[in-house]
Design a protein around this ligand. Structure first.
Ligand code: FAD
Length: 681
């Protein structure tokens, strides 16, 4: 570099109890590391500085005292700048940054700083960075640290534009600065030599560059105005758990808490892929042997599958948290004495004698989207100043939209966050305080125990989605189940012997999604995709009842099924045909949403609700005249609503009533438990 300018700034502090002074001294200390030179003075030492002809940037740290007054050390300074005879451009040469300290418990928060800031502006001075307002009520450091971090960026920017102004006037050494870093360490603005050579690097040019480079915020970085905002960060959630490790002689069994009497460990006796390989979603059928347990179920019941987190994700967490060596240690938990958390108690979902690995594998939903309170707590365990600032932004009021975009909507979990913020190292106790219980996943039985004694069958779609960085991820339970049964699936094609895996299941207590008690009552089933599961159970049951009770009267059974492609994901096609053939199923209506539509009654039904409308007379008759049942089951997002809308229209058309009356009838059907839904997201 041919003309290295001295990056000096004036640093003034106005302290009452020493906090502003301590912060100013910290800035002074850090200045050297950032290659600045700071002249530090108490604001009262007016003989050591002169703002009237100060050409370097000025940084002021000022506290507040009493009922919103500047500290005693600033009284003279404030009096001088308040001189009404000063012209409005008195400080037009001055560029400053101001950090105010205060306590939001008091009415005039940060008023000492606000008084000085307002008056400097009135006299023509300009801020080169946002005013910081640090709040002692929640911890000054929440604002102070990011403000200081941003100060170096803003000062660099200030000196660069100053230099540019000089270069623009005097020219020759412009091309010596090739890369200009003016933003945070994660975003570095590059300015081409050519722009400098041609003298195109004006302030406007820089700011347009900045806005282009800043136009892409991400999980790790923000853009103005957020990156320059003063933040309202939520109060730090009080920690309430104390944790110690105890070396264990036993090895972690790797199994969930099977001591609970309601949990049954059952072998997987069969696994079949129901969809073709080119189907959009892969659906698997799993058969469980429940014969050696007291577990029982009725068609239409759902049950819980107890699933672990992915081993790879647990191992990664153990490694990032530095817990690999302690993974088999027992965890002793205690409520912290004197914790400020109201009603603090040990979490019920962590069994008493659990190892570190067990807790991460079976107890905590480590995939849970990180909540703002957790983010706030993670700030305390992050060392890098830039990372701290971004975490603060994401949990702040000002960063709400970034939180929604980059965390909530992107489904960002703890591991995603720890990868993005590598200096964040929370203790295990914090994870236990903030992560929810790992929930068992419910599945509907797709069988009848009359038809398959000692067995229970269920089907599931393997859930797949893209992570926030676009990696393919599978659902916790369905991904785990798919891996578990993969050897069985392969053996059915290769004929190999495989070890029989076991899973833990439990009953779900309440359920009204059952067949009518009286078999003569007709019913209608709507079950697209894997929503067909309970209806296979209904039909198997019905078939057995018919076989066993030849003298009983059986009502009509209607099934509306839908899938994407007839050739790829028509689940239970053969079984359904058989049910129709043997009279178990009176009417089967199937539609394929992605195949070339077939013409039916001058329409081309795509979805189950389209087919429903085609049979409005029969549906109205079954529901209203014959007091039939109407069941809806499935995972389709809008399906239940669309079916409900179709039903409203059907009643309007068939009964000649208005919408309100139609809605009332549906409400009545719900009350009588004749309109039943089993819908999942
Ligand atoms: P999870 O890991 O829990 O993911 C759940 C959902 O969140 C997914 O849909 C996924 O798309 C989304 N998601 C998670 N993380 C992200 C992210 N980072 N980005 C974007 N999206 C994300 N399902 C069946 O297949 N068959 C059944 O018979 C069945 N019966 C049920 C019965 C009842 C009563 C209930 C309530 C649910 C039923 N379910 C059924 C749904 C089932 O319980 C599970 O919810 C489903 O299998 C997904 O579980 P998972 O652990 O694999 O997915």
């Amino acid at each position: 570099m041919c003309c290295k300018t001295k990056k000096r700034f004036l640093l003034l502090y106005a302290s009452q109890k020493g906090q502003a002074k301590a912060i100013a001294e910290e800035i002074w200390q850090q200045a050297k590391e950032h290659e600045f030179e700071a002249d530090i003075h108490c604001i009262s030492e007016s003989d050591k500085y002169n703002l009237d002809n100060e050409n370097d940037p000025v940084v002021i740290v000022i506290s507040t005292t009493g009922t919103g007054e500047p500290p005693d050390t600033a009284i003279k300074f404030v009096k001088e700048i308040n001189d009404k005879t000063l012209p409005v451009d008195h400080f037009s040469h001055l560029r400053y940054g101001l950090l105010g300290l205060g306590d939001s418990e008091y009415t005039f928060f940060c008023n000492g700083g606000k008084i000085v800031d307002r008056r400097l502006q009135e006299l023509g001075a300009q801020r080169f960075c946002e005013m910081g307002q640090a709040d002692d009520a929640v911890g000054l450091e929440l604002v102070v640290e990011p403000w200081i971090a941003n100060l170096w960026i803003a000062l660099n920017q200030e000196f660069s534009s100053k230099k540019e102004d000089t270069n623009h006037n005097t020219s020759p050494c412009a091309n010596t600065v090739s890369n200009l870093c003016v933003v945070s360490k994660v975003e570095c603005l590059k300015i081409e030599d050519s722009e400098l050579k041609t003298g195109l690097l004006t302030k406007a040019n820089i700011s347009s560059k900045l806005s282009t480079q800043h136009s892409q915020p991400s999980l790790s970085q923000s853009v103005p105005p957020l990156s320059q905002s003063t933040l309202n960060v939520p109060a730090l959630p009080p920690e309430y758990l104390e944790l110690c490790f105890q070396e264990s002689s036993d090895q972690d069994t790797g199994l969930p808490c099977v001591s609970e009497s309601s949990v049954f460990q059952v072998p997987v006796t069969k696994a079949v892929q129901l969809t073709k390989d080119d189907a959009i979603k892969k659906t698997l059928l799993v058969e469980l042997d429940i014969s050696k347990t007291t577990f029982s179920y009725h068609p239409g019941d759902a049950f819980n599958v107890i699933c672990p987190n992915y081993t790879s994700e647990v191992d990664e967490l153990l490694s990032i948290l530095g817990l690999l060596e302690k993974k088999d240690f027992f965890v002793c938990l205690k409520v912290k004495s004197g914790t400020k958390k109201r009603g603090a108690a040990l979490p019920q979902h962590i069994p008493e004698k659990s190892t570190v690995k067990f807790i991460l594998t079976w107890c905590l939903e480590i995939r849970a989207v990180v909540k703002k309170a957790f983010l706030r707590s993670l700030v305390e365990y992050t060392t890098d100043i830039g990372e701290k600032r971004r975490l603060q932004e994401l949990c702040s009021k000002q960063g709400s939209s970034d939180y929604n975009t980059f965390i909530r909507n992107a489904g960002v979990c703890l591991l995603d966050l720890l990868h993005t913020f590598p200096t964040c190292q929370p203790p295990l106790s914090l994870l236990i305080e903030h992560l929810p219980k790992l929930q068992a996943r419910p599945y509907s039985a797709a069988s009848s125990s009359l038809y398959h004694p000692g067995k229970m069958i269920f089907i599931f779609n393997i859930v797949e989605f893209a992570s926030h960085v676009g990696e393919l991820r599978r659902g916790v339970c369905t991904g785990w189940l798919a891996n578990l049964v993969a050897p069985i699936l392969q053996s059915s094609t290769k004929g190999d012997e495989v070890l029989i895996p076991e899973i833990s299941i439990s009953s779900r207590l309440t359920n009204s999604f059952h067949l009518p008690d009286n078999p003569s009552i007709p019913f209608i089933m709507i079950g697209p995709g894997s929503g067909i599961a309970p209806f296979i159970g209904f039909l198997q049951h019905r078939q057995k009842l018919k076989e066993n009770h030849k003298d009983w009267i059986f009502g009509e059974t209607w099934l509306f099924f839908g899938c994407r492609h007839k050739a790829r994901d028509y689940l239970f096609e053969d079984d359904l045909k058989l049910f129709v053939e043997n009279g178990t199923l009176t009417h089967l209506s199937v539609c394929f949403s992605r195949d070339t539509p077939a013409m039916v009654q001058n329409t081309t039904p795509k979805y189950v609700q389209d087919n429903l409308r085609l049979f409005s007379k029969e549906i109205s008759r079954i529901l209203l005249q014959e007091k039939g049942y109407f069941y809806v089951c499935g995972d389709a997002k809008n399906m239940a609503k669309d079916v409900n809308d179709a039903l409203v229209d059907i009643l309007i058309t068939e009964k000649g009533i208005d919408k309100l009356e139609s809605l009332n009838i549906l409400a009545m059907l719900r009350d009588e438990k004749r309109y039943l839904q089993d819908i999942w997201a």
